[in-house]
Design a protein around this ligand. Structure first.
Ligand code: PRP
Length: 185
């Protein structure tokens, strides 16, 4: 373990709690999309763990694709303008698209993605996020499927990182280091 990494605080969601919630979400999604196989769009990198579990829990035909976007810096944070580092591999016109995210915070990233994807004229476009952190929301979005609501705490694990670390934890834990929290605000 890197000595400079902040230590973890308490576990907020255990691996078993996450597994149960993912399967419940998958059951709802499978019902909703029974007649129209969805295209799952994962937003790299944080969503990969959630997406890989969710798609294996979905008992219906589906396909998946990925996008990668740059994190916006301080200058463009308010505008929510982000840049595609990797676009979808194929057109989505006429497809039933389900965006899969690990966490929605300000909502600015997803607002940009949604506006961009809607221009491509999918048959439908919905959002599925494992975590929803409303206290920092700047852009309201219709969130069709939500795993857990979060208070204003910084969490890592199950795909979520702190400077690229901790994504591989099978649970979600709070990073309680006050210096870290201050630097993130
Ligand atoms: C996270 C998350 C969303 C975005 C949400 O990605 O996966 O894409 O932040 O934040 P917002 O609602 O405030 O816009 P991050 O930039 O941490 O990249 P990562 O997925 O590669 O970890």
């Amino acid at each position: 373990m890197d000595e400079s990494l902040p230590s973890l605080g308490r576990v907020l969601f255990t691996a078993e709690e996450i597994r149960a919630r993912v399967h419940a979400l998958a059951a709802t999604i499978a019902d909703d999309y029974a007649a129209r196989p969805p295209l799952l769009v994962g937003v790299l990198k944080g969503s990969v763990v959630f997406l890989s579990d969710l798609m294996r829990a979905l008992a219906l035909p589906l396909t998946c694709d990925f996008i990668a976007i740059s994190s916006y810096g301080a200058v463009s944070a308010r505008s929510g303008v982000v840049r595609f580092l990797k676009d979808l591999d194929a057109p989505i016109e006429g497809r039933d698209v389900l965006i899969v995210e690990d966490i929605i915070d300000t909502g600015l990233t997803l607002r940009y993605i949604v506006r961009n994807l809607l221009e491509r004229r999918p048959a439908s476009l919905e959002i599925c996020t494992l975590l929803n952190r409303p206290p920092r929301r700047l852009a309201e979005l219709p969130l069709r499927y939500v795993g857990f609501d979060l208070p204003d705490v910084f969490v890592v694990g199950y795909g979520l990182d702190y400077h690229e670390h901790y994504r591989n934890l099978p649970y979600i834990a709070i990073l309680e280091d006050q210096a870290v929290m201050a630097s993130l605000r």
